[in-house]
Design a binder for this molecule. Structure first.
Ligand code: ATP
Ligand code: MG
Length: 266
């Protein structure tokens, strides 16, 4: 068996080839020893590892493994997954919304990291937990989907009352900037979670659109497990990206980009 493993800050993503077919699986980082045991048990296997926890995983393996730099692995994986979707793209931006968010410009088959933000999937989990006590990712996403941000976020049109605003009135003027003092005690967990998700989605897409301009591209490919079964985050990111003049693209299995890139170098 051959393995490509991306051991990130929160999740370990594994791409492996079994009987000639590509398979994907993931584990929480707390299960890194279990992943190492699984790989160690396979005879005749070859492994390539990437991600911030690659060193920890390597130290737990009883066999030789290749290591590849995370940004290069992601770049190779994105290329592979794009082709698998039948897309031909030469120049684009890649925004990886993992625990944190990392932004890369791809041109002439080369990637350059051009920025990032500390607002990412970790913020979604952390802020959600602090505000509502909910810890489970699926639950956060499900509850956020039924909440409204109207009482929490302030839109441009709320400031420009009775007057045409100079920019779209639908843009958020201030995340968590509505007059919260009067309603704070009444806010439901669903409303708070929707607002956290909005903050993360809008920050990530706003930073990405600026980066796309700097890089001179209009397609922004969003990857990372933060989008996994998270239609609301995709919707927030899509509408903000489009509103600001760029084209979003979500890769199928995009959260496995790093693992797929590592697998391609085994
Ligand atoms: P980084 O690349 O920053 O080192 P990472 O590679 O571990 O981190 P990803 O796996 O791409 O990051 O994304 C992690 C985020 O995905 C979490 O912060 C969370 O918002 C979301 N997520 C999706 N599924 C889960 C899950 N089952 N458990 C925890 N978080 C999840
Ligand atoms: Mg990662």
């Amino acid at each position: 068996m051959i393995f490509g493993i991306d051991a990130g800050g929160t999740l370990i993503k594994v791409a492996y080839a079994k009987n000639g077919t590509l398979q994907f699986t993931k584990f929480p980082i707390a299960e890194i020893e279990k992943v190492a045991s699984w790989v160690n048990e396979q005879s005749e296997s070859r492994v390539c590892i990437t991600g911030g926890k690659a060193g920890v995983l390597l130290s737990l393996l009883n066999k030789k493994a290749k290591e590849i730099m995370e940004f290069e692995a992601t770049h190779l994986g994105v290329k592979f997954l794009l082709e698998r979707m039948g897309r031909v793209e030469d120049s684009y931006l890649v925004t990886n919304v993992g625990t944190g968010t990392s932004i890369h410009c791809i041109e002439n088959n080369r990637q350059e990291r051009i920025g990032g933000t500390g607002v990412g999937g970790g913020t979604l989990l952390g802020l959600s937990h602090l505000l509502t006590g909910v810890t489970n990712y699926e639950e956060i996403v499900r509850m956020a989907g039924t909440g409204s941000r109207d009482r929490i976020d302030l839109k441009v049109k709320h400031i420009y009352e009775g007057k045409e605003p100079p920019i779209s009135g639908e843009l958020t003027a201030s995340n968590f900037g509505n007059n919260l003092f009067s309603v704070a005690a009444e806010l439901s967990r669903e409303e708070l979670l929707a607002a956290v998700l909005g903050l993360v989605g809008e920050t990530v897409s706003t930073v990405s659109v600026h980066a796309a301009k700097q890089c001179g591209v209009s397609t922004i490919i969003y990857i990372g497990s933060s989008f996994f079964e998270n239609p609301l985050l995709k919707e927030v990111v899509t509408s903000y990206t489009v509103l600001r003049g760029a084209q979003p693209l979500f890769l199928e299995n995009g959260e496995f980009s790093g693992a797929v890139g590592a697998l391609s170098l085994v």
